[in-house]
Design a protein around this ligand. Structure first.
Ligand code: ZN
Length: 296
């Protein structure tokens, strides 16, 4: 699922193409995508784009007349930029937004339809999408520490909770915790100050480094390979492969239809977090399902 670095790079690519352009037409071959009724989607047509911004893991396109298109890609939603008037791919194509200089296509692979589109009027109507998560890149250490201490959860759960932190999901939370050398099952209120500082630094540097890397990779083109699994990741999706820091094999905790990856030597003093021993934890203090992890 696209997280802060992926969404940021999408937004930059979009902004450079559509800000100042007119949205000429919206085509929605899969009507379930559109979750709002009023104003009608036709109200967006003929309006100029004033800006593009991120809200958590959502993309917001601001149009003239106080209109806002809100796109949530969820897990498998992706964007493409094609020649103006380009065809919407039959099976995976959800919508096309036609501008004079090109067409933005929204696709979603797989059979589960989770991506969504809203058209709302007025800045205050955007509040319904506000989950309250802290934007770590704009936050102080004190604000970060306060968020962590607000609820006593595992670090994995807290980092991926959109009410606590904005834009962080399963992939980057694994990478952040590895960089911070902290266990995914450590409880937030048990962190000492030095660990909070380390987690804060690791969160910031992971998000910044990955945004830079993805930006560089797309090199001004529209981002084409948006995925949660990347070769350069240290532990996420790397079960059984050597940790790039210490060389021991990356471990996993499986739950629902997801897994968390970590390095025992770097993060848990060499302790393996056995699935069975975690059962209570997994019931009570873990993102319960992919939906809980991603609904932000
Ligand atoms: Zn390691």
């Amino acid at each position: 699922m696209p997280e802060l670095p992926d969404i940021t790079v999408y937004i930059e690519a979009l902004a450079s193409r559509i800000v100042g352009e007119t949205l000429e037409r919206v085509r929605i071959p899969k009507p379930f995508l559109l979750r709002s009724v009023d104003p009608p989607i036709s109200a967006a047509q003929g309006k100029r784009v004033l800006g593009v911004r991120r809200m958590g893991k959502r993309i917001v396109v601001e149009l003239e007349d106080d209109l806002f298109l809100v796109i949530h890609l969820m897990i498998a939603g992706r964007l493409r930029w094609v020649t103006a008037g380009g065809k919407v791919p039959g099976k995976i194509g959800l919508a096309a937004f036609d501008f004079s200089n090109g067409t933005l296509i929204l696709t979603e692979a797989g059979s589960k339809r989770r991506a969504s589109l809203w058209l709302v009027r007025g800045e205050e109507s955007l509040r319904q999408f506000e989950r309250g998560g802290l934007e770590v890149l704009g936050a102080t250490l004190d604000e970060f520490a306060e968020r962590l201490a607000r609820e006593n959860h595992t670090l994995k759960r807290s980092l991926t909770d959109p009410r606590l932190f904005s834009g962080i999901g399963n992939a980057y939370s694994d990478e952040i915790l590895h960089r911070a050398r902290l266990s995914p099952v450590k409880h937030t209120r048990r962190l000492i100050d030095e660990e909070v500082q380390r987690l804060f630094d690791a969160t910031r540097s992971t998000l910044i480094d990955w945004t830079d890397r993805l930006r560089e990779e797309s090199g001004g083109d529209f981002p084409a390979k948006v995925t949660s699994f990347r070769d350069e990741m240290a532990v996420h999706g790397k079960y059984g492969q050597p940790c790039p820091v210490c060389g021991s094999r990356v471990q996993r905790i499986r739950y629902a239809d997801n897994e968390t990856n970590y390095c025992a030597r770097c993060q848990t003093d060499g302790k393996l977090l056995a699935d069975r021993a975690l059962s209570r934890l997994l019931k009570e203090d873990w993102p319960r399902s992919i939906d809980e992890l991603t609904w932000s």
